[in-house]
Design a protein around this ligand. Structure first.
Ligand code: B12
Length: 268
């Protein structure tokens, strides 16, 4: 039985009408040196316009200027792809434009990933992560994977559109402390619940902490399905993952009563 999807992450129409061009070169990146600020705008614009052949031309100079790989991801890359999402939502962009912008993000991440992974600390645990069945979005999941790897996790990435059974096999094989589900579509959010139910039904729930993320996911949703942690971004994911394998490992997330009631309803 699917759960009601009542994500509280609503779009505000005023925000959606606000074109990023209005704030270009005015109120953003003001704390960065002028040369960096200009390239930040260029990179952001490159992602918005989907000029993926040129993406690397912006990444390397920024890295050479001492800008960290993490700042690139959480700064101009994030604002650029967020603007693409806004335009798509407002019917200013259609799928081909979004695909070109996604290619820019992927081209940038190819350069950035080795730099992030090189920071890898000593092994702290294992995490199995995947985009949930029916969903092909993987940019955010890939960023979370690389940040977790840099933080010392051995990451088993199951890719996109991962069936619940594949998560079960991976848990049995790799014995992770953490399992992460990514979902970007309101229509696939429910597969997080379905996958969590199968993990419970297979008797594996007590062995893993479950982290959930993706644009429509919220703390309310995480509580509703009984996940242990909701993470709005990759940095939060690293903090919460460390908490899961550290002193807070006995912390049980979600609202237990709600989860028990849901499970009872399911078995009726
Ligand atoms: C790029 C993109 C695509 C690309 C994806 C390419 C790829 N390889 O990923 C393409 C073009 C393929 C695509 C396709 C579609 N898309 Co699309 N897409 C986007 C877009 C613009 C950006 C997503 C993104 O990469 N964001 C950047 C990353 C860094 O952010 P993120 O994913 O949120 O990840 C961060 C956090 O959420 C968190 N996180 C994410 N996952 C996880 C997992 C864990 C375990 C944790 C802890 C944390 C975590 O950490 C991440 C890093 O900080 C969004 C708009 C948006 N606002 O999200 C639409 C969006 C998600 N897409 C949408 C739609 C409708 C579609 C299509 C159905 C379009 C169509 N008609 O075919 C298809 C779906 C195909 C499918 N079956 O999946 C809608 C969904 C609407 C809804 N209510 O469900 C959105 C919201 C656009 C919109 N505004 O309407 N899309």
């Amino acid at each position: 039985m699917p759960l009601d999807i009542d994500t509280e992450i609503e779009f505000n129409i005023e925000d959606l009408q606000y074109d990023i061009e209005q704030s270009r070169a005015t109120d953003r990146w003001n704390d960065a040196p002028d040369n960096v600020k200009d390239i930040f705008h260029e990179l952001e614009w490159n992602i918005i316009e989907g000029e993926f052949h040129e993406t690397t031309d912006f990444i390397n100079p920024l890295l050479e200027s001492g800008v960290s790989a993490r700042t690139l991801i959480s700064g101009p890359m994030s604002t650029g792809i967020a603007e693409v999402g806004r335009r798509f939502k407002m019917d200013e962009y259609f799928l081909p434009e979004v695909m070109m912008s996604a290619k820019c993000m992927q081209a940038a991440l190819v350069i950035i990933k080795p730099l992030i992974i090189a920071e890898k600390a000593e092994s702290v645990g294992t995490c199995v992560i995947g985009t949930i069945q029916g969903d092909l979005h993987d940019i955010g999941k890939n960023i979370v994977s690389m940040m977790l790897e840099a933080a010392g996790f051995d990451v088993v990435d199951l890719g996109v559109s991962t069936p619940p059974e594949t998560f079960i096999e991976a848990i049995r094989e790799h014995k992770p402390q953490i399992v992460g589900f990514s979902a970007l579509l309101t229509t696939t959010m429910n597969m997080q619940w379905e996958t969590l139910k199968l993990i419970t039904a297979e008797g594996l729930r007590d062995d893993v902490k479950v982290m959930v993320g993706g644009a429509p996911i919220s703390q309310v949703w995480a509580d509703k399905i009984g996940a242990d942690a909701y993470c709005a971004d990759a940095l939060i994911a690293v903090d919460k993952a460390k908490a899961c394998v550290g002193d807070f490992k006995d912390l049980v997330g979600g609202a237990p009563e709600l989860r028990d009631n849901l499970l009872a309803m399911e078995s009726e």
